[in-house]
Write a protein of this length. Structure first.
Length: 75
């Protein structure tokens, strides 16, 4: 994929289309870590907040409850 640096207000940047953002699971407001490597390679890495064990357990219970019929059919 080739992108061109464009003027955005008083700054410069690249525009990422909706399909690309969807594939990368990125949304407006997400934070990215920007790393510059030798040779000029730029790597953008999403910063995904980790959830604690209690939040994970709650989410898992909600998922199981919401899909209980599916899980019964699969077992």
């Amino acid at each position: 994929m080739t992108k061109t640096i464009a003027r955005i207000g008083n700054s410069q940047g690249i525009i990422l289309d909706a399909a690309f953002l969807d594939l990368a699971r990125l949304r407006l407001g997400d934070q990215l870590s920007v790393t510059l490597h030798e040779g000029g390679a730029i790597v953008l890495t999403p910063i995904r907040p980790a959830i604690d064990a209690k939040e994970a357990a709650t989410a898992a219970k909600r998922l199981i409850r919401r899909n209980s019929k599916l899980f019964k059919r699969l077992s």
